[in-house]
Design a protein around this ligand. Structure first.
Ligand SMILES: CC(C)(COP(=O)(O)OP(=O)(O)OC[C@H]1O[C@@H](n2cnc3c(N)ncnc32)[C@H](O)[C@@H]1OP(=O)(O)O)[C@@H](O)C(=O)NCCC(=O)NCCS
Length: 178
C-alpha cells in the first residue's frame, strides 16, 4: 500500500495542486457530471484558493516519491467554495461563536482514491477548526463528494444549482457539528 503523509501546503505547491485537482476532477467526477460540466467546473470553480495557503490551513498528502496524492483544507473565512478564479468570495473572518468553519477544496489523485487520504485530511481540518474555537463546519460538496462526507458524519441539505461558464452544475451544502 502506498505510503504518504500530510503537510501544510506552500505557495510553491500551487502548480502541482492545480494539476492534481484537474486529474482528480476529470476522473473521479465521471458518472456524476458530464464532460462539459467537469470542464466548466475546472475552468470556473475548482482550484487553489491562495487565501488558505497564506493562512496555513491547506494541506497536501505527499507520497514517498514526493508526489502529491491529495489536497484539502479548512478556512476561518466566509468564502464557502471556489478557487482564486471564482467570483463569489468573502475573506471576512467567520465568528466562531455563531458561524461555521469552512471545509474547502478536497481532491485526491484518482490512483490513490479510497486509501484514506480524504478522511485523514478531513480529520486534520476538523481538529484545527475545533482548536480555533469553531463548533461546527460546513462545505459545498460536489456530487462525487457526497458519499465521502456522509461517511465522515456530514449531513446534506437540498442540492443547489449554479450556472458557470454557461453550464449548470449541481452542488450539495453539507454540515457537521465538530
Ligand atoms: C471525495 C474524495 C476527496 C474522497 O477522497 P478519498 O481519499 O478517496 O476518501 P477516503 O478513502 O478517505 O474514503 C473515506 C470513506 O468515504 C466513503 N467514500 C469515499 N469515496 C467514495 C465513493 N466514491 N463512493 C462511496 N463511498 C465513498 C467511504 O465510506 C470511505 O471509506 P471506505 O473506503 O473504508 O469504504 C475523492 O473521491 C475525490 O477527490 N473526488 C473528486 C473530487 C471531488 O469531488 N472532491 C469533493 C470536493 S467538495
Amino acid at each position: 500500500m502506498e505510503r504518504w503523509q500530510l503537510r501544510v501546503a506552500e505557495v510553491s505547491d500551487v502548480p502541482a495542486i492545480q494539476e492534481l485537482i484537474d486529474s482528480s476532477a476529470r476522473r473521479l467526477s465521471r458518472g456524476y457530471y458530464d464532460s462539459a460540466q467537469i470542464e466548466a467546473a475546472i475552468a470556473h470553480v475548482f482550484g487553489v484558493d491562495r487565501t488558505l495557503l497564506v493562512d496555513g490551513t491547506y494541506f497536501v498528502a505527499v507520497n514517498t516519491d514526493g508526489l502529491l496524492r491529495g489536497c484539502g483544507g479548512w478556512s476561518k473565512r466566509r468564502t464557502l467554495f471556489g478557487g482564486d478564479q471564482f467570483a463569489s468570495r468573502d475573506a471576512a473572518v467567520a465568528d466562531p461563536a455563531v458561524e461555521r468553519a469552512k471545509i474547502r477544496a478536497f481532491f485526491v489523485h484518482p490512483e490513490s482514491a479510497r486509501s484514506g487520504i480524504g478522511r485523514a485530511l478531513l480529520a486534520r481540518c476538523e481538529a484545527e477548526a475545533r482548536a480555533a474555537g469553531y463548533r461546527s463546519a460546513e462545505l459545498m460538496s460536489t456530487l462525487p463528494g457526497v458519499k465521502f462526507y456522509k461517511a465522515c458524519g456530514y449531513s446534506a441539505a437540498e442540492s443547489v444549482s449554479c450556472t458557470v461558464g454557461g453550464v449548470q452544475l449541481e452542488f450539495v451544502p453539507m454540515r457537521k457539528a465538530l
